[in-house]
Design a protein around this ligand. Sequence first.
Ligand code: NDP
Length: 451
Amino acid sequence: MSFVEAEIKKFESSNGSGTNLFYQALEEVIYSIAPLLESDPKYTEHAILERLVVPDRMIEFKVTWLDDNNKIQVNTGYRVQFNNALGPYKGGLRFHPTVNEGILKFLGFEQILKNSLTGLPIGGAKGGSDFDPKGKSDFEIMKFCSAFMTELHKYIGPRMDVPAGDIGVGSKEIGYLFGEYKKITSTYEGVLTGKPFIFSGSLMRPEATGYGVVYFTETMLDIENKEPLQGKVCTVSGAGNVALHAIEKLYQVGALPVSCSDSQGTIHDPRGVNLDLLKQLKLEKRQSLELYLETHPEAKYIPVEEYPEGGHAVWDIPCYAAFPCATQNELTELDAQNLITNGCVSVTEGANMPSTPDAIELLQTHNVCFGPAKAANAGGVAVSEFEMSQNASMSTWTFEEVDEKLKLTMQRICKRVALTAKDYGVEGNYVDGANISGFKKVADAMIAEGI
Ligand code: NDP
């Protein structure tokens, strides 16, 4: 049995949900890069795939902290340093009760190829904790972040590993983590990105992923000779950092975003969602989306209990372009079928691996333009790297400068992915184009660096 077959077999027989996600990500890449491996034996001779699928190291540690009732709480912290062939390890921290080794392995693996696609000198990593920030006071979040950094600081550094945010980790949490790092090490250095602008953060980092997703979509639609987003109804899932900034950019380009969702339900507002209200509810106060109806009783709220079995209400809303921006596997085969039936022309992934393999296959066979996460949501990590550059040179770029660089980066990624797909005989397949292009660059660097 070949290595590839053996790895796929492991995926098929694995049980834990986190582990399954890793093999889901791996299987997609293995199938995509087959034409590259076949066209050049050097990748097999240098055992690149075997080396790439095993993280350089996985760090697991205990995080002990005191809650507001002076009760001791214990969580687990992780950092998966996957590959640094192209530059220092780089990837977000996720604070969510579902976080485990397997989920972080999937996210870290995806991050290697995503970071490679940006063309910037950054390796791949991911980390986080099973800590749930929901319902915690600011003081509790601060105490948790301090305790987390007490351990994490040993393994990170501006030229070693530079974490950022992800689900549950925004600029507030990054601020607390940075404060603790500074205290422990007595250094003021760019060891984290996504810092608030007031102390060496980059302008536009919060907006970067969501804006980038829209820039990517505009480029993809143009390459595929489809009509642009102006005047088109769009559906977005999620109501966090990525989703709300995708909605913001959609309005800026003249589109009409009519939905968003959180873990409890979906809002459908056919006249266009009220972005200011959403920011207030979800980013500032972390409240339920249902409260949207207090201001907009004419909108519709669909709680998760009313979703179709095996599907999600948000993908049942007719749209020209869809943007899954919440979490993994939130767009299923049934959802894909609904999108196709309703005439959807493009799906772009803002979240990491939000579409199931069956959904992707169905969308692609029906010629729906499909922008995969590792290419389409790379805007966040690209602006993180811009933040590292600004920190290293002690300079500050304007909002317009960062936005222009982001736009160019997303256009470049999209064109490169499309061109690679064409070169390898799979024109229009952005999944294969992204996997081949991202893999090739890392693989060539690994070969050049020796074992
Ligand atoms: P946030 O924590 O800011 O927001 C996540 C949002 O998704 C919340 O509104 C949450 O709802 C909602 N959500 C969670 N689970 C579900 C579900 N099952 N169904 C519907 N909604 C759900 O995270 P981000 O916006 O930062 O991240 C979203 C995705 O984008 C993740 O996959 C992340 O890995 C990816 N990503 C993020 C980047 C960034 O720069 N932040 C960069 C690249 C990728 P609730 O409020 O109820 O919890």
